[in-house]
Design a binder for this molecule. Sequence first.
Ligand code: NAD
Length: 499
Amino acid sequence: MNATHTTPATGPRIIGHVIDGVEAASAGRTIDRRAPGTDEVVSQVMAADAAEVGSAVAAARRAFDEGPWPRTTVAERAAFLHRVADLIDDHAEELARLDAEEVGKPLTTARGDIGGAAGLWRYAAALAMTMKGQTFTEGGPDHTGLVLREPIGVVALIVPWNFPALILSQKLPFALAAGCTAIVKPSEFTSSSASLIFGLIAEAGLPAGVANLVTGDGRAGALLSESPAVDLVSFTGSTATGRKVVQASSGNLKKLSLELGGKAAQLVFADADLEDAAAAVAHGATFNNGECCVGQPRLLVEDQVADDFLAEVVRRMERIRVGQPLDPQTQLGALIHADHLAKVRGYVEDAAEHDGTVLTGAAPLTDHALSAGQFMAPAVVELTRADVPLFTEEVFGPVLGALRFSTREEAISLANGVEYGLSNTIWSKNTDTVLDTAKALRSGTVYVNTTIDAPPQMPFGGYKASGVGREMGEAGFEEFTELKSISIRTGKRTGAFPV
Ligand code: NAD
């Protein structure tokens, strides 16, 4: 197998680029990745410079303009995507361990990610088979209108650290299914699973240059965003970086698909199944260490049930097992790095100084086995005001901020009162409450009596500052395509033109 990541007998993995089918060993700068659970250096990631990014873009451009991939049949593309899915299944445990170690997420969560990733390659294969245009004859008997659906071209796929293999798989197979060629840029914190997947792609027989990997930090992402030879950037990351991508992309007005931050609320009405809701609220605030764009870090709970409900959520949060990411018993692992842990704790301290009550989670962890890593106990803070950063900003850690409400209108106003609009959750048994509230919420996804739960057939994306465009579903596939209208008349055109 042409695996691009090497695992030396001792010492860190060396992770580098794959450009035009060749593992490119850059002589330049490398970035050490320390495992969040142990603080040991587990990989060294090559930081692409401008020449390397340029080579990767040129390879993708050549493969699109001159190579076979955009000219393959959809059946050939689908067969390739199925082969990669099978190889991901074969290497599932290895991939899950790489992501758990580098992200700090629980191994059980990482295993779920890899299962989901393989499913996305298969779903993209199915979508490839449905790729189609339209025909029109409404312009008269001598007119034929053809609308061709074509691959958009060269795409840059920029991936964050929180779901490395999964988010790569929300992008790359859909781009390949459409006939695009690609450059993938994983996060500098979590490049190992992308590197392994590129080995699997080579094993599955993708022609050189169709998918290229450049590793490195934001500089590599910025170079891709501004490149005039890139037709679309599909970016997942923070809203702040998304804004930079928008600015950098203006040179050639490339298309953008942006999956950005979130700040979801769970709205718990008094008539809900409160046991299910409490479990979901604890899960929604701590899933993937709380480092999740569709995490649910805000609780809005109806006054009359709030005391008991909060007590139950606290009880469940205190039962969550914090531990080493690779321990299969662990439910909450280590946060991505020390600065982030300090930032997350800072939000809790700030809320406490602004009339918030820390109901659980403020005490430091004393377990010696966790002393080297970036661990914290999950926290619940009851707030009295909605204008504190813990309630309005993306904290991205295992912290729940709770507010009480007395009317449905108040709950909707609080939920919508942030710049983000990625997802929200409603808990109620009343159909009117559910439907009227779901329609009033300004977010791309609404979960009802469940949370963080949507199949890849459903388009995923954000309202407001949570993004532009959609991923997954047919709409997500179509982001990687252009429409070309061909208008044809038959017969002599006498008198058709006024000159
Ligand atoms: P980030 O914005 O710091 O980085 C994301 C990626 O962009 C990384 O690969 C990074 O190297 C690269 N990058 C950094 N600077 C860049 C620049 N100037 N131009 C282009 N690329 C650049 O985000 P992160 O910390 O890796 O991920 C966490 C964020 O991602 C959170 O805000 C989270 O909500 C968001 N996210 C959103 C979704 C979604 O689907 N909406 C999913 C997962 C994560």
